[in-house]
Design a protein. Structure first.
Length: 485
């Protein structure tokens, strides 16, 4: 539970917030990879809006995610904590819907924004606690939420229902299994544009957690890829990335219509890099590793999983045409927001990040001792650290630590562990320093409780998909969402 001091401190933040409040939008795409965007070298998939925005702003080649699956990545952004301190360090399934909730006592960027007088909203995929838990969007600072609360639910793009705040709303013509009449992203985007038009003239904080291009690979229209000599899965993937692109384009058009573009920071990124093996049909066709420049993909600790397609856009404030390889990470965004708004965390509460405000404006990236990641899945945790150009990777607590020099070997091909025992020692010191023990996240294995809940949760999900289940209290879509406005 939050204590009284913390509540009082949040009220003080509201009182000290500066008069001119810039808007903040974090667009987090589920599973988009650097190599998917034209501006990073993609040749087959078209992303004209993202390419233009990246060129109008600053593009990052070493922007690091929170960690390399959905729930802990977004939690790292939302709490300003890296995955050695975060309450969520893996995808932890709850039943019947939802993921492990962010505890009430954690201060989130949503709560900070709310206390600073912002209108707040999340669209897309939440994954940080179901509506009846401490991690509910509303309890963690969001005035409005629209989309999928649960990550398993989000595997379908033609679901029978979505959530408008905590109210389930039905999507016409969908069976929840494969195809249907109402594409979820279409409705999520409509709700986002509707909310933005209603609230965009007052200071706002938006977390747009796009589900595309995460699997399953389903879309209502293959568009410009319909006649390509590709599999349906490849066409769907390309069309989903292009849909992400056009929907971001519409968001920016709406900001311009409202006349607030110059007062709005957009940060764009993927949540875990590519979800495909480079030798898979998608990875290969679309050359997601950019000719082997980056090693690894989702669920791993190599740079192909950690480095994201990322840019910042803020006309007149973030320099146009800048491309930088200076590293930063998503847990920096909460302190950045604090800095942008002239607010502070409650007394005694600290984040793991550093404000990027000067860096965004064209200055150097903040200095720090290290970056750290861990990820917990069935077989034990993987960990990684970066300091200067050195990278340490532990693929399992029982396996030897690997050492790479990212300046000379960005593809992490040459493990230098045998030549540098002093760096192994330093990596161990970082791992010890960064990892706060947590009974829910033992390093050597996943807990039996987690395993059991995961099995039950997926069983429920499959049963619901088969029966086309709809929550008993579901309502029809409101008129402004049911058809284009
Ligand atoms: Ca993801």
């Amino acid at each position: 539970m939050k204590n009284a001091i913390l509540t009082v401190s949040l009220l003080l933040i509201a009182a000290t917030a500066s008069a001119k409040k810039p808007n903040f939008i974090f667009i987090l795409s589920d599973d988009v990879a650097q190599g998917d965007l034209g501006v990073y070298g993609q040749k087959l998939i078209k992303t004209p809006n993202l390419d233009r925005l990246a060129n109008e702003g600053t593009r990052y080649t070493q922007a690091y995610c929170g960690t390399t699956v959905c729930a802990p990545c977004r939690t790292s952004f939302y709490t300003g904590l890296h995955s050695g301190n975060s309450p969520v360090r893996g995808n932890y399934a709850m039943i019947p819907e939802g993921q492990y909730p962010i505890p009430d006592g954690i201060v989130t960027v949503g709560e900070i924004a709310k206390a600073a007088g912002y209108q707040t909203a999340t669209f897309g995929k939440w994954g940080m606690g179901f509506f009846d838990t401490e991690g509910a969007p509303k309890k963690q600072g969001m005035d409005h939420f629209f989309g999928y609360n649960c990550q398993r639910h989000a595997h379908s793009y033609f679901p029978t229902y979505l959530y408008n705040d905590s109210q389930p709303v039905t999507l016409p013509g969908n069976n929840g299994r494969d195809v249907g009449e109402t594409y979820a992203q279409e409705i999520i985007q409509r709700d986002m544009v509707h909310w933005l038009k209603q609230n965009g003239k007052n200071p706002f904080f938006m977390f747009y957690a796009f589900t595309i291009p995460h699997g399953r690979y389903e879309i209502d229209d293959f568009g410009i890829y319909a006649d390509k000599p590709w599999s349906d899965k490849q066409k769907a993937y390309a069309a989903m990335v292009t849909r992400l692109d056009s929907d971001v384009g519409e968001l920016v058009d709406t900001l311009k219509e409202l006349g607030v573009a110059e007062n709005t920071l957009i940060v764009f990124g993927g949540d875990n890099g590519s979800s495909f093996d480079p030798n898979s049909d998608i990875g290969k066709l679309f050359n997601q590793t950019m000719d082997g420049k980056l090693r690894g993909f989702k669920r791993g600790m190599y740079e192909g999983a950690l480095r994201q397609a990322s840019f910042a856009w803020w006309p007149g404030t973030v320099p146009a045409g800048r491309v930088t390889d200076e590293p930063w990470a998503y847990w920096d965004l909460m302190p950045t927001f604090l800095d942008m708004t002239g607010t502070t965390t409650p007394e005694g509460y600290r984040t793991d990040g550093h404000s990027l405000l000067d860096f965004l404006k064209g200055g150097p990236a903040p200095k720090r001792d290290y970056f750290y990641w861990e990820i917990h899945e069935g077989g034990g945790a993987k960990c990684a650290a970066r300091w200067d150009d050195w990278k340490a990777v532990s693929t399992h607590p029982d396996k030897p630590i690997e050492i790479y020099n990212l300046a000379k070997d960005p593809g992490e091909k040459n493990n230098l562990a045998n030549e540098h025992p002093e760096l192994i020692k330093h990596a161990k010191e970082i791992f010890d320093d960064a990892h706060t023990p947590n009974l829910d996240w033992p390093l050597d294995r996943r807990t039996e409780k987690q395993n059991k809940l995961s099995r039950e949760a997926w069983k429920i999900k499959r049963q619901r998909d088969q029966s086309g289940w709809v929550p008993p209290n579901a309502q029809a879509l409101p008129d402004y969402l049911a058809r284009p406005q």
